[in-house]
Ligand binder design. Structure first.
Ligand code: ADP
Length: 490
C-alpha cells in the first residue's frame, strides 16, 4: 500500500455479490473497488447475516466489542476476511442474536420489517463508530467514514462529538426509506437524549436514522445531481426537504457508475452471444432469440423483427409499474410489440402482470422473482427498455440498457434525467440522443414516448445511431470515484 493512501472505512448493510437487495448492494461493491483502484486503503464493514457468513472461507477474529443494545449490552465479534471477489479486506460484525437469521437483511419471510431493526442497525452503527476510532487498536484509523442509507445513518451521529474523529460522508441512495422508529426504541437503545429534538434525529414523534445521517455527517451525497436538487423540494423530500435545503451547503450529487466488467455486452458470461458498439447485430439478435426461447416462443424471423420491450426491476409504485400495466393492453392492441418482464415486489403488481401474461400468451412474458442471468438476457435481448420511475435517485438499469444497445424509455427525473438524452431532433443531429424521455408523470405521456421509440425502431439507420450513442457513453466508476475522493479530501 502506498504511503499516505487515504484510509476509508466503508459502512454498508449489503454488498454484491454477498448480499444484495437493490442498487445499494451494487454500489457498495463497485465504488470501494473504484476507490481502491485509485489508491485508497479501504475496509468494507458489513453485518454478519447468516447467508453472508456462510460464504466466507477463512476468517480472522479481530476482537470483540460490547455495545449497548435494546435490552442491555450486546457483544459483537469483529471478523476480517479476504474474499476472492473483493480486492480489500472485509470486516464483518458477527452478532448472532441480531443477524444470524434466514432470508432478507431487512424483512422477514412475510415481507414485514424485522421487529428489532432499530436495535440491529443501532448496534451495527455503534460498532462502526468504535472501529472508526480504532477501538480494537488495530493501528488502522480511517480518515473518512463513508456510510450509506438509513441502516448506517447513526454512524455519523455516534462519531459527531468524538475528538479527532474521521470525516463522515453519508450517501442517500433512496430517501423513500427513512429508517423510522419509535420513541420507545430511542429510549430502549439509550440514544443520547440531546439527539431528541427537531434539530437532531426526532421526526414526527419518532426518530429517523436517515435524518441522523443528514444532520450529523460532514457531507451528504445523493447518487445523481438531479436527485440532489429534487430532494430539497416538497414533491420529493418526504418531509425532509426543509432540512435538506438548510444543509444544501454540504449536499452533493455524484452519479453512480456501473460495473463495466460485469455489465459488458462484449464479455458478459450470462449471454449466449456477444456484441459491441461497432457490430451490434447479429449478436444482439441471437440474445433476442435466446430470450424469446427462454419464454417458450419459437423465435422465427418474423418474431425477431417484431419489437421486444423489456423491464427488470422491483415491482413497486416508485418504478411506475402501474403505468406499465396500464400501457401494455393499449400497445398490444395497436402494434406487434412483445414484452419481457422480470421483477418482484408488491403482490398486486405481480398478480396483474401475471394475469396479462395469461391473457396474452406469446406476447407478454413475465417472470416473478430475482434472476441475475435473466436480467442480463433481458437487457441484451430486448430492443427497448422501460424504466418509467416516478422518482429515481440514480438508477442502474437504464445505464445497463444504454450500454447494451437497448434504448430506455424514462420519466425525466433524478438519475434518469442525468443519463438519458431524448431523441429530439437536435440531440439526434449531434448524435447524443440515446433514449426516450417523457415530462409529464402519467400514462398518456409514457405511451407517447413508447410510440416514439417504436416508430424509430422501424428506421434501422436512425435506431443504430441511438443505440450507439448509449453504448458509447461512459458510465465508469473511475469518474465517480474521483468525485468522491475530492469530496473526502476537502
Ligand atoms: P433499485 O436500487 O431502486 O432497485 P436500480 O436500477 O438502481 O434500482 O438497481 C436495481 C438493481 O437490482 C440492478 O442491478 C438490477 O439489475 C437488479 N434487479 C432488480 N430486480 C431484479 C430481479 N428481479 N432480478 C434480477 N436483478 C434485479
Amino acid at each position: 500500500m502506498k504511503r499516505g493512501a487515504q484510509k476509508i472505512l466503508f459502512v454498508a448493510s449489503e454488498a454484491y455479490p454477498l448480499v444484495k437487495t437493490g442498487g445499494l448492494g451494487d454500489v457498495a461493491y463497485s465504488l470501494p473497488h473504484a476507490l481502491a483502484a485509485r489508491g485508497a486503503d479501504l475496509r468494507l464493514l458489513l453485518p454478519g447475516y447468516r447467508a453472508l457468513l456462510r460464504q466466507l472461507d477463512k476468517v480472522r477474529i479481530l476482537g470483540w466489542l460490547d455495545v449497548r443494545g435494546a435490552e442491555g449490552i450486546v457483544s459483537a465479534r469483529i471478523l476480517e476476511t479476504r474474499h476472492p471477489d473483493f480486492k480489500f479486506p472485509l470486516w464483518v460484525v458477527d452478532c448472532p442474536p441480531l443477524f444470524d437469521r434466514p432470508g432478507n437483511p431487512y424483512v422477514n419471510a412475510g415481507g414485514q420489517d424485522w421487529p428489532d431493526n432499530a436495535e440491529r442497525f443501532a448496534v451495527f452503527a455503534r460498532v462502526a463508530a468504535l472501529l472508526a476510532a480504532d477501538a480494537l487498536e488495530l493501528d488502522w484509523q480511517p480518515g473518512v467514514v463513508h456510510a450509506h442509507d438509513w441502516q448506517t445513518g447513526l454512524v455519523a451521529a455516534f462519531l459527531a462529538d468524538q475528538p479527532a474523529r474521521p470525516k463522515t460522508v453519508f450517501t442517500i441512495h433512496n430517501l423513500a426509506y427513512g429508517g423510522y422508529f419509535s420513541h420507545g426504541d430511542f429510549v430502549r437503545l439509550q440514544l443520547p437524549s440531546y439527539w431528541w429534538s427537531s434539530e437532531g434525529i426526532e421526526f414526527h414523534g419518532g426518530f429517523s436514522m436517515l435524518k441522523a445521517g443528514i444532520v450529523y455527517a460532514d457531507a451528504v451525497t445523493t447518487v445523481s445531481p438531479t436527485y440532489a436538487r429534487e430532494i430539497t423540494t416538497p414533491e420529493f423530500g418526504y418531509g425532509l426537504d426543509g432540512l435538506l435545503l438548510s444543509r444544501a451547503y454540504k449536499l452533493h450529487g455524484i452519479l453512480n457508475g456501473i460495473d463495466t466488467a460485469i455489465w459488458n455486452p462484449s464479455t458478459d458470461a450470462f449471454l449466449p452471444a456477444h456484441y459491441s458498439i461497432s457490430r451490434i447485430n447479429p449478436g444482439k439478435r441471437r440474445n433476442k432469440q435466446a430470450l424469446l426461447e427462454r419464454f417458450g416462443l419459437a423465435a422465427d424471423e418474423a418474431a425477431l423483427q417484431e419489437p421486444l420491450v423489456g423491464l427488470v426491476g422491483r415491482l413497486v409504485e416508485q418504478k411506475g409499474v402501474d403505468w406499465v400495466i396500464a400501457a401494455i393492453p393499449t400497445l398490444l392492441a395497436e402494434t406487434d410489440v412483445r414484452f419481457a418482464i422480470l421483477g418482484s415486489g408488491q403482490a398486486i403488481f405481480e398478480q396483474k402482470l401475471t394475469r396479462l401474461m395469461k391473457q396474452h400468451p406469446g406476447r407478454v412474458f413475465v417472470e416473478i422473482g430475482y434472476d441475475e442471468p435473466l436480467a442480463h438476457l433481458i437487457e441484451a435481448g430486448s430492443d427497448i427498455f422501460l424504466m418509467p420511475s416516478r422518482f429515481e435517485p440514480c438508477g442502474l438499469n437504464q445505464m445497463y440498457s444504454l450500454r447494451y444497445g437497448t434504448p430506455p424509455v424514462v420519466y425525466r427525473t433524478g438519475g434518469l434525467a442525468d443519463t438519458v438524452v431524448d431523441t429530439r431532433e437536435a440531440a439526434l443531429a449531434d448524435a447524443t440522443a440515446n433514449g426516450f424521455v417523457f415530462d409529464t408523470p402519467d400514462v398518456a405521456a409514457f405511451l407517447a414516448a413508447i410510440r416514439r421509440a417504436l416508430e424509430l425502431y422501424r428506421q434501422p439507420a436512425v435506431w443504430r445511431r441511438v443505440q450507439q450513442a448509449g453504448m458509447g457513453r461512459s458510465f465508469d466508476w473511475h469518474d465517480s470515484a474521483g468525485h468522491y475522493l475530492s469530496l473526502y479530501s476537502t
